[in-house]
Design a protein around this ligand. Structure first.
Ligand SMILES: Nc1ncnc2c1ncn2[C@@H]1O[C@H](COP(=O)(O)OP(=O)(O)OP(=O)(O)O)[C@@H](O)[C@H]1O
Length: 297
């Protein structure tokens, strides 16, 4: 039997350096996988996309394992989308929402899970700027993400930095009109706080914004929070951690294959935790376009 070739793509800065430290422990145990393996350490943002695309072009591996967080996975899938090369995940980021979705554990348990992993075909979401796998959106959360990403101090403070970012945005944020098209049907929200759409259920380290979303149904889930005062928003916001915001009259859910979001004035857009260089979102589900190594049930 021909031995599979696995490429590990390590983002040394993921998890504020956690990925580099974890890799130093992980690689001693890779012989137990019984694969030919190689490693690539990323040198800058975007490098993981470059190596994933090159791996697909050269057919240089059967599996590419992202060692990092959701941003590293986001970069790797830009190359793997639509190919037969599978994605593996060794979680070493800050939020690790994708590892959480697939039931992938942290530390050496993740290596043991890779040993007996099964392959699942999951949907990706095609946008004007490549693909994403988990959740994208615009509005309040995107402003917080942009603010924290642009601030050396807030970034350094980790989760506390996000709390400060939320507090600052609460002072300055103004809801606005957002027009949304779902499979040709038009919806207008006159005072939208945020719009989240995607495939996975959690973002930002466990917030269950799309609690019913799955990556294998060929559809996108959409959540719009609209028409709340600031005090009301502050009351509802904590419910997102348990998914209990769903059911509130100001929380609107939709499902479809093609979703376009047009805010009245430009808002930042995020996807898989990365702030994107675009101000509208045109998203289309791409069913079964990624193979993922997942823990056996
Ligand atoms: N060598 C590098 N130097 C600097 N930045 C890098 C390098 N390699 C990758 N990056 C960037 O690091 C960023 C963060 O990576 P990642 O999202 O995986 O970690 P995280 O933010 O800690 O985790 P999570 O997204 O799960 O919260 C990505 O935006 C990626 O572009």
């Amino acid at each position: 039997m021909v031995m599979e070739r696995w490429l590990f793509v390590v983002n040394p800065v993921a998890g504020k350096g956690k990925a580099a430290r974890r890799w130093n422990r992980y690689y001693r145990h890779l012989a137990t996988l019984g694969k030919h393996w190689d490693v690539y350490h990323t040198k800058s943002p975007g490098d993981a996309t470059w190596i994933a695309k090159k791996t697909v072009e050269d057919r240089a591996a059967d599996v590419v394992v992202a060692v990092g967080g959701d941003g590293t996975i986001h970069e790797v899938i830009q190359g793997l989308a639509g190919s037969s090369i599978a994605l593996g995940i060794l979680p070493a980021g800050t939020g690790n929402d994708l590892a959480r979705y697939f039931g992938i554990k942290k530390g050496l348990r993740a290596i043991r899970q890779l040993q007996g992993a099964i392959k699942r075909q999951v949907d990706l979401v095609q946008t004007q700027n490549g693909v994403f796998i988990n959740i994208a959106g615009t509005g309040f959360d995107a402003w917080v993400a942009r603010h924290v990403n642009n601030s050396v101090w807030l970034k350094r403070w980790g989760p506390f930095g996000y709390v400060v970012g939320v507090a600052i945005q609460l002072l300055f944020f103004r809801p606005q009109r957002v027009d949304i098209e779902v499979d040709g049907a038009l919806y207008t929200y006159r005072s939208a706080w945020l719009v989240a759409l995607g495939n996975g259920s959690t973002y930002a380290g466990g917030m269950r914004i799309l609690p019913h979303a799955t990556m294998e149904d060929g559809e996108l889930d959409l959540c719009v929070v609209d028409g709340l005062s600031k005090p009301e928003f502050c009351l509802i916001f904590p419910k997102v951690f348990t998914g209990k915001h769903v059911g509130h009259p100001s929380v609107h859910l939709h499902r479809g294959k093609r979703i376009c979001i047009h805010p009245a004035t430009p808002w930042p857009v995020h996807a898989d935790g990365e702030v994107l260089p675009q101000e509208t979102m045109e998203a289309m589900v791409w069913p079964g376009s990624l193979t993922v190594l997942c823990p056996a049930p």
